[in-house]
Design a protein around this ligand. Structure first.
Ligand code: ATP
Ligand code: FE2
Length: 331
């Protein structure tokens, strides 16, 4: 069984190829800016432009041709409509030309399912993991229970990646801001008090963003603010993740999303897991960030269980699809 997966929900156009649960290739091109945030229509144009090249690289690395494929999978949401449309359009053309079925994959669920490659046990009977999913637009604590991936906690306003990028942009740093902020944070140990906002199992970030911007205006050092931001916001994430572990009785924590590349966040999760006897799973960076491999990997699991729409015309993007909208019929 060989399948190809296309990721196109936001800034990254990724194409990955899977064969019987093994990733053969994982190629991508990311739309970046020197200054300012992502412009959806421009990102979509970017995806259309680089698609054929990324596809060619993925096929070449996997040493296969399009004729070897059994299916194609595509991320249909959640995401930016122009980007999702660009990816779906290109994918449908391939499906028609090579007479291939198209598997519709939810982007957030793909982040979770790919955790199996990092060693997490996905079997519900074995406890399956709690996932701390921290990316640009998404900040959720997700775990499988009773047929669905349920959201145990989430951001009440912006995603943590977008929050960091927004702060970075205000400080004159280009997109994505996360890696630069991490470097700057590493240069400070001076903690400046920031608001700590948890409501039940949910977190709120926009108030902290305003506070950070005000502090930057008041000439606080950017290094100190970057450090304090990480210490505060990551502590909020780890606290809610720990509460989800306690509530569900699960013993595995899985990280997902681009912000999970941050080594301080990983370290804090490691300490928390050690304290409560849970195991931490951190996928390789290439599987943490948006990537085509996770779409192909999840697509294969679904395709094997015959979970796909046979009529291509009925397949459309679902920009606002929530993780808990999906009936997980493949478990
Ligand atoms: P999604 O569509 O799932 O919401 P996304 O399209 O934003 O996510 P990801 O690749 O999962 O894509 O995450 C990108 C985000 O991760 C950006 O906001 C970026 O700033 C952030 N990020 C990347 N590396 C780091 C890091 N080392 N520390 C903090 N944030 C980081
Ligand atoms: Fe993502």
């Amino acid at each position: 069984m060989i399948g190809l997966g296309v990721e196109c929900t936001a800034h990254t156009l990724g194409i990955g190829i899977v064969k019987d649960g093994k990733i053969l290739s994982n190629e991508s091109e990311t739309y970046v800016t020197n200054k300012g945030g992502i412009i959806p229509v421009e990102a979509a144009k970017h995806h259309e432009k680089v698609f054929d090249n990324v596809l060619e690289r993925a096929l070449k690395k996997s040493k296969i041709t399009l004729y070897d494929l059994n299916f194609i999978a595509v991320s249909i949401g959640p995401g930016l409509p122009p980007c999702l449309l660009a990816g779906l359009k290109k994918t449908k053309i391939l499906c028609v030309k090579y007479k291939l079925p198209l598997v519709e994959v939810n982007h957030c669920i793909a982040h979770l399912e790919v955790g199996k490659i990092a060693g997490a046990n996905m079997n519900p009977e074995a406890g399956s993991p709690v996932m701390l999913y921290v990316s640009g637009a998404n900040t959720q604590i997700i775990a499988y229970e009773n047929g669905k991936y349920r959201i145990f906690g989430e951001t009440l306003d912006v995603g943590v990646g977008n929050f960091i990028d927004n702060f970075a942009r205000y400080a004159g740093i280009g997109f994505p801001g996360g890696p630069t902020i991490e470097k700057l944070a590493g240069k400070s140990k001076n903690y400046i008090e920031l608001p700590y906002k948890i409501k039940g199992m949910d977190i709120a970030l926009s108030g902290i963003l305003t506070n950070l911007k005000q502090k930057l205006e008041k000439k606080h050092k950017l290094n100190d603010l970057a450090y304090s931001m990480q210490e505060t916001v990551f502590a909020m994430l780890v606290e809610t993740a720990e509460r989800a572990l306690a509530h569900t009785g699960k013993k595995q924590l899985l990280l997902g999303g681009g912000v999970a590349c941050n080594s301080r966040l990983q370290e804090m999760c490691k300490i928390m897991c050690k304290e409560r006897g849970a195991k931490l799973f951190v996928p390789e960076k290439q599987f943490l960030q948006d990537n085509g491999a996770m779409i192909s990997y999840t697509g294969e699991i679904m395709f094997n269980k015959k979970i796909f729409e046979k009529n291509l015309d009925k397949i459309d993007i679902r920009p606002r699809e929530r993780t808990d909208d999906i009936l997980v019929k493949w478990k």
